[in-house]
Design a binder for this molecule. Structure first.
Ligand code: KG4
Ligand code: ZN
Length: 338
């Protein structure tokens, strides 16, 4: 089966071609212009998707040495995300469907992140624990198959990526600040400042990151009312990153132990964080668990993960495709049962 996958849920326009679970092409075009506004401007994001989506689709087909007539299925992200951005991808997919008589299946973006580790590692054994950490989501899933998984915990306020970005903004960094904090944290002392690890001892798998952002703001106002000295920025970055990473690692490990899973898979933009990859790796080693960290290209928003899970879902349903072009886009996230 050859899948053409389209992902436009936020500020990356991505199109991929997946053939029998292998990535043949995966083009990601990032809208870097949002940095000057300090965050994503939804209206500008959807307009920018419209401008590039046709060309990126041509390039993805070209890179995969595939013609549109070779495609069996179109997969497109339908939720969650920015409504205007989702609409560009969904309507483009529907247009291709009508023009080339191809079925379309709508895919949940979070499902893409849950299984992005499987993209490069087809041998991962179910059940496993998946930590999805991005700019909009922070959740732990107990994953039983490609079609069965439960949310066992989520953030009750900000996502981890949001915390990285907001703290970075307080330190005068550009959007998105997560990668900048990561880079500076490598040369800083993570024990220099003691920031709160909210909910680290709660007996559930939920997270809270908005208090950390507030704590950093109060700290900066009190300690450095005239501005943060250059030589303190790396230490603050390392200390704030450690506060986020410690909670993510502790809760994910506890989930793997309670639900007797031998494997942890991480996904989403924040899973590119070197502190998280390192500390999660060390803890997994101590506890005899396998850790799967996708390559950075598959951590961030990408269409390959959308095409991959689409193909897996179809094969778990013995190839049955319900082609219904009436599907609507939906900004809402996957909700926890408790
Ligand atoms: O998954 P993603 O590309 O888009 C969403 O679905 O949100 O994640 C983007 C988020 C941003 O908050 C960004 O700052 C964060 O991922 N991020 C990082 C790193 N790379 C991206 N956060 C910390 N360290 C990184 N290396
Ligand atoms: Zn994402």
């Amino acid at each position: 089966m050859i899948v053409l996958a389209i992902e436009t849920s936020c500020d990356d326009t991505s199109v991929a071609v997946i053939k029998n679970s292998n990535v043949k092409s995966n083009i990601i075009s990032s809208q870097n212009f949002h940095s000057k506004y300090g965050g994503i401007v939804p209206e500008l994001a959807s307009r920018a998707h419209t401008q590039v989506i046709s060309q990126i689709t041509k390039s993805a087909l070209g890179d995969a040495n595939t013609k549109i007539d070779d495609i069996d299925l179109i997969a497109v992200t339908s939720q969650p995300g920015l409504v205007g951005s989702l609409l560009v991808g969904a309507n483009f997919a529907k247009g291709l469907s009508v023009r080339y008589d191809l079925p379309v299946i709508p895919i949940n973006h979070i499902e893409g992140h849950i299984f992005s580790g499987n993209l490069q590692n087809n041998e991962i054994k179910f059940p496993f624990i998946s930590l999805v950490v991005s700019g909009g989501h922070t959740s732990i899933f107990l994953v039983k198959s490609y079609t069965k998984y439960d949310v066992i915990g989520s953030t009750v306020d900000d996502a981890a990526g949001e915390a990285f970005d907001k703290i970075a903004k307080l330190l005068g960094m550009q959007y998105p600040g997560g990668p900048i904090i990561d880079k500076l944290a490598k040369i800083g002392n993570k024990k220099a400042f003691d920031f709160p690890r909210s909910m680290i001892h709660s007996k559930d798998y939920n997270f809270s990151f908005s208090g950390l952002k507030t704590a950093v703001r109060y700290f900066l106002n009190k300690e450095f009312p005239d501005g943060v000295p250059e030589d303190k920025i790396a230490d603050i970055s390392a200390s704030a990153q450690a506060a986020i990473v410690d909670v993510l690692v502790k809760k994910t490990l506890s989930a793997a132990i309670e639900f007797q899973c031998k494997t942890i898979v991480i996904g989403g933009g924040v899973s590119a964080n070197s502190g998280l990859r390192n500390d999660m790796g060390l803890e997994c080693k101590k506890n005899n668990l396998n850790l799967i960290c996708p390559e950075i290209e598959y951590c961030v928003d990408n269409a390959a993960m959308i095409g991959f899970i689409a193909e897996k879902k179809i094969s778990e349903k013995q190839g049955k495709i319900n082609n219904n072009l009436d599907f609507v886009v939906n900004p809402v996230k996957i909700r926890s049962k408790n």
